[in-house]
Design a protein around this ligand. Sequence first.
Ligand code: UVW
Length: 347
Amino acid sequence: MNDMPRWKNRPEGSNWGDFGPDDQIGRLNLVTPDKVLAAVREVREGRSFCLSLPLDFPGGTAINASRKPPEVQPVMDQGRPNMNFPYSCNNPHHLDVLCDDQVLLTLQYSTQWDSLAHIGQEFDADGDGVAELVYYNGFRGGTHISGPADHQTGGDSGAPSGARALGIEKMAETSVQGRGVMIDFKAHFGEERVYVNYDQLMRVLEADKVVIEKGDFVCFRTGFDEMLLSMNRQPDAKKLRSSFAALDGRDERIHRWIEETGLVALIADNIAVEATPAKASTADRFTALPLHEVCLFKLGVYLGEFWLLSPLADWLRERGRSRFLLTAPPLRLPGAVGSPATPVATV
Ligand code: UVW
């Protein structure tokens, strides 16, 4: 426990320290029992939607060369694969047949959550004129977030692997249940590539009578998921990247909207929630992922990517609804900086 903040300089527009000097869950602090009860009241028909893609989508490495599809293999036992293994091999009296497997899983390959340890920044948190590697609430690369082979050490530093602060398990421990709110960009922009600015976002909210409140999990259906599914694990990255509306991460009015609404998470059916590549900046040094900076680094707002939102969005739209109960815990995997999820919406 730390009584003092880990920083002297707080990034402009951040909420560091507002939830306490040791806070590691950010805006999830706003999901109070009252908010969960309000979310439960959105359940009227008892119908549920799975908001996960099959985790072997997008398929291949065309979308991101460093993220590989999952490899599922049988567990080996004394040199034999534990797949269709009759127990009678060991004991003729036994009737059981066993299947047991393992997976090599890139945690942010498919439907996923970004933890608050996913994106930090080179930032002078100490106020000594030298930038350090810093994450939400002043946690440090190296001291709190590192691996046996992180980028700095380049080899085996002997350090325990992963995020010792801000890891995805901190998110999982809150259960991640609350009110989801759907914003349907596809209904307004079709398949056109649009960098949605604040004014356009406000027009969509007004037209669809969508209201965002403190503690909400905000979902953006863009249509990306439907096209991705239609490509059946052979994604045409160029086509996907040049289609569909997504938030313009450089629009500072959107940053203020995220700050002021008190929303807990931004979730999308696309690659990065925000439109990538972000619009060019004239600054000398700038963030490649400006919405990631605002959400993960400054405000403790979570990002959900590659979610399957279209079936739910269509269902809600047909009924003039936008709200639902969302249950979306990540894996409780200590030290991980992101995680697959199988989110469930109940309406
Ligand atoms: C990066 O690609 C760096 O992040 P994300 O998957 O969160 O968009």
